[in-house]
Ligand binder design. Structure first.
Ligand code: AMP
Length: 397
């Protein structure tokens, strides 16, 4: 079965066509600047060089048409016709409390996703648009929605309730939802496989450290806590997001600089985190380079990040009454040996000893602890697209 995986943002769209029996990626690509001048598609058929096509994409319908044209193109296409695309899996950011797992899309599901839009106003409308356009261009092909929040729906009330008036939860749905669920789910299952164990027999902490970062405590295969909250702004400080801060800072900052709540929230989302502290970049590579060259603020930013990761790991080990395995994933988690080492330097009390040579490797599935380490630490590259394709197959085959 060939599954088209779509991750639709407001002005960009990532896609992969996956053959589900072999789990091979037949082609992948990215549409950029949809609705903006200078739009282009970068398309890579398996085994060939990437092709960049500059083409106007005034809206998502044009973008998806272009994707389908690339996939069925006589020279660089990977299927002969659209009839060889058997299902489409869509990443949907927010499923609220309604969706604890992936679902085949119907009118009722579309309406429910729309109802969650106030919880993710930047993402859900774009995700819905992607689904609508695919339904229109590929009538009769089943569409599946895979939610970033779904894996976290097993959290108990003590983990998802905020210390707010209870009506904030019951009436306004304000609670911890968590994000990156598809990644946490994939990585926690994959590390169990690598250990030759069932997820049910493990206490796992997954550190998804990228531009956006979150940590998830997975006990017996189920999420019991995670760092992101009502929105992805919570938890760790990230590339540009502040993470957990004293909520009074909002009013203090607004008054001090004569800003409104939207302006301060914009600062918390886009000008804070590693970028905010370092003043150099949100990209860990730049910040690591500047820190190595002696930039103090870059050192503070990286130190604060590692310190926060270690604190959450400690908290989650307590929450689960132990931990068997810690996994690093996503751009920073997979590639930054110094971040992994720096985090693990705090974790000696758990009996963790890092194998420096293994930790020096980049972007591959590997155990980075020594044989006698009491808690195992792994690097597992995430694969959200594969997880979306697997769910799509499971629901439509
Ligand atoms: P993601 O959001 O998962 O794509 O991760 C993006 C982040 O990964 C960026 O901050 C990159 O700087 C970081 N990253 C990628 N490669 C490396 C590397 N070799 N060393 C440190 N950080 C990296």
């Amino acid at each position: 079965m060939n599954v088209l995986v779509i991750n639709c943002g407001s002005s960009s769209l990532k896609f992969q066509l996956i053959q589900s029996d072999t789990e091979d990626v037949l082609a992948k690509g990215l549409c950029e600047r949809i609705g903006i001048e200078g739009s282009r598609i970068v398309y890579t058929p398996a085994g060939k060089d990437k092709i960049t096509i500059e083409s106007p994409m005034p809206d998502h319908t044009n973008a998806i048409k272009l994707v389908l044209n690339c996939l069925t193109d006589e020279t660089n296409g990977v299927v002969k016709s659209l009839s060889e695309i058997h299902a489409v899996g869509h990443r949907v950011v927010h499923g609220g409390e309604k969706f604890a797992s992936s679902v085949v899309v119907n009118d009722e599901v579309m309406k429910a996703i729309e109802e969650c839009s106030n919880l993710a106003p930047l993402h859900n409308p774009a995700n819905l648009l992607g689904i609508s356009v695919c339904k229109e261009l590929m009538p009769g092909v089943p569409q599946v929605a895979v939610f970033d929040t779904a894996f976290h729906q097993t959290m108990p009330p003590k983990a998802y309730l905020y210390g707010l008036p209870y009506e904030a939860y019951t009436e306004d749905k304000i609670r911890r939802y968590g994000f990156h669920g598809t990644s946490h789910s994939y990585v926690s299952k994959r590390v169990a496989e690598m250990l030759g164990k069932k997820p049910e027999d493990l206490k796992t902490i997954v550190c998804h450290l990228g531009n956006g970062s979150s940590i998830c405590a997975v006990n017996q295969g189920k999420c019991v806590d995670t760092t992101m909250g009502l929105t992805p702004l919570a938890g760790l400080l990230m590339g540009t997001r502040c993470g957990d801060i004293d909520p009074s800072i909002l009013e203090f900052y607004a008054q001090k600089h004569n800003l409104d709540v939207y302006q301060v929230t914009d600062i918390l989302n886009k000008k804070s985190g590693v970028l905010g502290i370092s003043g150099v970049s949100s990209d860990f590579r730049d910040v690591e380079e500047a820190a190595d060259a002696g930039n103090e603020r870059c050192k503070y930013a990286l130190d604060a990040f590692k310190y926060q990761v270690a604190k959450f790991i400690g908290g989650y080990a307590a929450a689960m009454n132990g931990v068997d395995v810690i996994v690093f994933t996503a751009g920073v988690g997979e590639n930054s040996a110094t971040t992994r080492q720096g985090v693990c330097d705090y974790l000696g009390y758990l009996g963790i000893t890092i194998d420096a040579e293994a930790n020096g490797k980049r972007g591959e599935e590997i155990e980075i602890t020594t044989a006698d380490s009491k808690v195992k630490v792994f690097v597992v590259p995430t694969n959200e697209e594969l997880m979306i394709a697997r769910d799509t197959v499971a629901l439509t085959k």
